[in-house]
Design a protein around this ligand. Structure first.
Ligand code: HEM
Length: 444
């Protein structure tokens, strides 16, 4: 119970501490049987074998009350069919088409920021930006007027989710009061927004090649379409928005990184060059390095779990095997893995340059799992379907905004992490357009 309370109070700190005990650590979380995995090789093995290590965990079950049987939570043949259905929306030609939307939305934000002297909450701004991009690209809809309601509902879902999954009862989601009741109410609010979105599209009766069009012209029934929309909406916007907020926080604290982004955008010919060249891999190496380093230190999907379908053993390299029972939950904390002192030099430091240096010069360029414990998008069959979408969006939004507006953080802010399903900052991140003279020049 001691460790369960600690995990409830401070999941990241507790798991960072657990990591110091070794690569595979059984946690004392009675009544739960949980083994924490910090070893890149074991994580690779587990995430590449979805039949032996399933999504049949308690966390996934609670998530299912929100996401139903959507792409993130479905398993087996049903998952395969849904992944196949959604895949065309994430292929290269579609990504190229999204570039224009990502760029337009980023330019609109830059224009609005330049016109205000009010402080901006960067987390709220990035939530709005990511929501607009996701809804326009994936659903061909602006979700006009619904962003605030969606944010509010999402905030309540995340806060109550974390409290529920660490409650030492069998079915926390079935409790009629407390966090479970808040959770259910917030789900109904999201359901209403999604029902509106689908009804709007059906009424419009339009064609298209966006994801909503694909679903509406498939054999999915209304409930399955609802599950897919909610899953994609939340998976696409919440994660990317948090990544962008953490990136801003670092760019405003590390002027060298910000300057490197501005310099490479200037070399491309300014924000218009970003539009033209950004889909090309390697066009904005510093921007990509800032994104990679942000996802290392603040992975928005900070952990995932799998349930063992049968008893067996795990084999961390250089250590003795660890037995697991049927039903043991394997918890992979990406946040801790990404900060392991065994794998990273100065693991807590923000050093985007490490992604541009070869291992012989102390960098990690070219390394991936299983050599490097870096898994912001997961791996294996269930790897994030939106990883290219997210990195493209982050690249375009950061490059466009950073080269168009001069921001400064409001002083004396204490910002820390609020881990729930995603890794959010624990409150607003206030910044202000810092120098009207400079931003006027940048706009030109
Ligand atoms: C920085 C942004 C993002 C991060 C860090 C992230 C992270 C992840 C991770 C770690 C997983 C695997 C979960 C597991 O194995 O348990 C995942 C799955 C998924 N992500 Fe993302 N994601 C991001 C952006 C997006 C975007 C933009 C979309 C959609 C446009 C998206 C849609 C999904 C979906 C549908 C799945 C489930 C895939 C499946 O199981 O087949 N994500 N994401």
């Amino acid at each position: 119970m001691g460790q369960l309370l600690a995990l409830r109070r401070d999941p990241l700190g507790t798991l960072m501490q657990a990591q110091s005990f070794g690569p595979v650590v059984p946690l004392q979380l009675e009544p739960f049987d949980v083994v924490a995995i910090f070893d890149a090789g074991v994580a690779h093995h587990v995430l590449h074998d979805p039949d032996a290590y399933t999504k049949g965990t308690r966390v996934q079950r609670v998530m299912r009350t929100l996401l139903g049987n959507g792409l993130l939570t479905a398993q087996g043949a049903e998952w395969r069919a849904r992944r196949r259905l959604a895949q065309p929306a994430f292929r290269k030609p579609r990504l190229a088409a999204y570039t224009q939307i990502m760029h337009d939305v980023s330019r609109q934000f830059a224009d609005r920021w330049r016109a205000t002297t009010d402080p901006l909450d960067l987390n709220r701004e990035m939530m709005r930006l990511a929501l607009q991009i996701a809804s326009r690209c994936l659903f061909d809809d602006q979700l006009e007027g619904q962003a605030e309601d969606l944010d509010q509902a999402m905030g309540r879902i995340l806060a109550s989710f974390q409290r529920m999954v660490t409650q030492p009862v069998a079915r926390p989601e079935a409790i009629p009061f407390g966090p479970a009741a808040t959770y259910r109410r917030a789900i109904s609010e999201i359901d209403a927004i999604v029902a509106d979105l689908v009804a709007r599209r059906r009424a419009r009766g339009s064609d298209g090649d966006d994801l909503l069009h694909l679903w509406l012209h498939s054999d999915l029934d209304d409930e399955a379409i609802r599950d897919e929309v909610v899953t994609m909406l939340l998976a696409a916007h919440e994660t990317t928005a948090n990544a962008l907020t953490w990136a801003w926080l670092h760019l405003l604290r590390y002027p060298d990184a910000l300057r490197a982004i501005r310099d490479e955008v200037a070399e491309l010919g300014g924000p218009e060059g970003v539009l033209e060249l950004s889909p090309r891999a390697g066009a904005l190496p510093w921007t990509d390095a800032v994104v990679a380093e942000t996802l290392r230190l603040y992975p928005p999907a900070w952990a995932t779990g799998r349930s063992c379908a049968a008893a067996g053993e795990l084999h961390p390299e250089g250590h003795s095997s660890v037995p697991v029972r049927q039903g043991t939950v394997l918890l992979m904390c990406f946040y801790a893995m990404h900060r392991s002192p065994r794998a990273w030099t100065h693991p807590e430091g923000f050093d985007p340059g490490r992604w541009l240096r070869a291992p012989s010069s102390g960098g990690v360029k070219g390394l991936t799992l299983p050599e490097l414990p870096y898994v912001p998008f997961g791996t294996g069959q269930r790897k994030c379907i939106g990883s290219h979408f997210a990195t493209l969006e982050a690249r375009i939004a950061l490059a466009t905004l950073a080269s168009s507006v001069d921001l400064a953080l409001e002083p004396a802010q204490q910002i820390s992490t609020a881990p729930a399903i995603t890794l959010r900052p624990d409150g607003p991140v206030w910044a202000r357009v810092s120098d009207p003279q400079t931003h006027h020049q940048m706009a030109r």
